[in-house]
Ligand binder design. Structure first.
Ligand code: PLP
Ligand code: COI
Length: 339
């Protein structure tokens, strides 16, 4: 293996040595198996190919200051993948099978876990797909669960430096009673056109509004949105956003810091009132937002006037990162030490 330049890793696919797979057939899951193949062979009529029976997760492992490797909130990802499976009628992966596969995928690729202090982490991608053949629109009878992992740098190239985002109204990521609350591939397919246009227009990502009224903020591309106003941490409550595990954790940390946490509709007009805004997620961690352009109204909202992330976003970021990297005590049992 050539030496890896950890500091310049992009957020992308990185070939590692092994991945883990597990198959569901005749109503039950088999044992997780290890392979070095990057390829999957499947039936051409597999339900994942035709009817979108596909769900994934995104999680990270970190090397701590003490050299130990920690996986963040693995059980929450396992539970969310079960919720995604229920959402599109796939077989649910039992939590112990999920945990065993994730830990195996990390342990088998230890040399790819970035060292402490390089600004990188091991991104873990569990994937659940319908592999059984069907031609009528119905759920398949066979499923494959797999976990691969690879080292990544920050999702937005800016890292913990402020990014610009664009509010859009001419595309929806998810419908109010659709699949926005689960992590299925179709939501990401629906977000591609708006996302690529935002990049072409010079923005890190787009901000989707609620599909019914286009009044409230839903999500910031592949991340949840939050705003800080005075002593409050405010984040959208919506049936069409993914319940972010990062956001759930930040809400707890914010409360512990004495902030008031508000989960409620966030009208676009409220963008004028926030002191700090940001996007949060596993890949994005906390991405402070310095500017939001509204494509339709032409309004521009500015934050981080000195070009730096705001004080409360910084405090939350450091606290979260501290827990993930063993600098702060894990008082909530959020991390699994692998080695
Ligand atoms: N929203 C969307 C659409 C996402 O893809 C993600 C990433 O997983 C998130 C929010 C953040 O979720 P989490 O913090 O669990 O990674
Ligand atoms: C994550 O934050 O883990 C995501 O899944 C976001 C994106 C890469 C899809």
């Amino acid at each position: 293996m050539n030496t890896i330049d950890w500091k310049s890793l992009p957020f992308g696919y990185f070939k590692t040595d092994y991945n883990v797979r597990c198959y569901y057939k005749d109503g039950k899951w088999g044992e997780p198996e290890v392979t070095d193949s990057e390829l999957i062979t499947m039936h051409m009529a597999a339900t994942c190919l035709h009817y979108g029976q596909e769900a994934f997760e995104g999680m990270k492992a970190f090397t701590g200051i003490d050299g130990k490797i920690r996986i963040f909130r693995m059980v929450e990802n396992a539970k969310r993948m079960q919720s995604s499976a229920r959402g599109i009628l796939m077989a649910e992966v039992p939590i112990p099978v999920f945990e065993e596969s994730v830990v195996k995928a990390v342990k088998l690729n230890l040399k790819y876990v970035p060292p402490y202090g390089e600004g990188a982490s091991l991104y873990i991608r569990p994937l659940l797909i319908g592999t059984g053949p069907e031609v009528g629109v119905k759920p398949g009878k066979e499923y494959m669960f797999m976990v691969f992992a690879g080292p990544v740098g920050p999702y937005f190239k800016e890292g913990f430096n402020p990014v610009r985002m664009q509010v859009v109204r001419d595309y929806d990521r998810a419908a109010p009673l659709g699949t926005g609350h689960v992590k299925v591939g179709g939501n990401y397919a629906a977000s591609l056109r708006a996302g690529e246009r935002a990049h072409e227009d010079g923005f890190a990502s787009c901000i989707f509004l609620d599909a019914r009224e286009k009044k409230y903020i839903d999500e910031a591309g592949p991340a949840n949105f939050f705003g800080i106003k005075g002593n409050s941490y405010i984040t959208p409550d919506s049936s069409s956003i993914l319940p972010s595990i990062t956001n759930m954790s930040l809400c707890v940390l914010a409360e512990e810091m004495g902030l008031r946490v508000e989960r409620r509709h966030v009208p676009v007009e409220e963008l004028t009132e926030f002191d700090e805004v940001g996007a949060c997620g596993t890949a994005a961690v906390i991405s402070p937002i310095c500017q939001i352009h509204d494509r339709d109204t032409g309004k521009i909202y500015n934050y981080c006037k000195d070009g730096k992330p705001g004080p409360l976003s910084t405090k939350l970021y450091l606290k979260l990162k501290g827990i993930q990297e063993g600098l702060e005590p894990d008082t909530h049992g959020w991390v699994t030490v692998v080695q």
